[in-house]
Ligand binder design. Structure first.
Ligand code: 5GP
Length: 179
């Protein structure tokens, strides 16, 4: 694996496809064990989570449902400013066990908005699974229950994650080359 350039930036190999699959198997095993006898709904946050969701779900042996959502943010008419709306969720999730599937948790701002919207739908439980996690950037109250891999504060690309819309199709993770 060599360096790649997308637009004005160069990225170097960081996490191989093999290492990703090992991390994903670990997460799948944890979830399979914790949810024995239960029937959770996996909710992926688009666009970044599509590859992780796909590989993770192949290793989940529970009876489960899968759905994808997008967080849309628009200016409200009140003084409170931005309003967040969840698009794409057609299932009735009241009373259900939710596993929120994220590509990466950085500051956690996105996650908190999603979490609060889901909580208001009277679900039974919410757990968070993220392929990558930047602990140095995260100062929010919700625990990240299932983590593929912790990484330092750096910009990464590939396996669902983009730079300016490109790079999501890469099967491994690259990191911005600062040189
Ligand atoms: P947060 O709200 O936790 O700061 O980050 C939310 C979103 O920002 C992630 O779901 C992801 O789409 C994007 N993001 C955060 N860190 C990175 C990164 O290192 N690389 C890429 N490509 N996207 C990131």
């Amino acid at each position: 694996m060599g360096k790649i350039t997308i637009k004005d930036k160069t990225f170097k190999p960081y996490i191989s496809a093999e290492e990703l699959q090992t991390s994903i198997s670990k997460v799948a095993n944890e979830i399979n064990t914790h949810y024995i006898g239960k029937s959770p709904i996996f909710i992926g946050v688009l666009n970044g989570s599509f590859m992780f969701m796909s590989d993770l779900l192949k290793e989940i042996n529970l009876q489960c449902m899968v759905s994808f959502v997008k967080l849309a943010s628009y200016e409200g008419t009140t003084t409170t400013g931005k309003v967040n709306e969840l698009i794409g969720l057609n299932e009735d999730i009241e009373g259900q066990d939710i596993i929120l599937v994220e590509d990466i948790v950085d500051t956690g701002n996105t996650l908190v908005k999603l979490y609060e919207i889901l909580q208001n739908k009277k679900v039974n439980s919410i757990k968070i699974a993220s392929l990558l996690f930047k602990p140095e950037a995260y100062h929010k109250p919700y625990p990240i229950d299932y983590i593929g891999k912790e990484i330092p504060n750096a910009f990464v690309l590939g396996y669902g994650l983009d730079y300016d819309g490109y790079g999501r199709n890469l099967s491994s993770i690259y990191v911005l080359d600062e040189q």
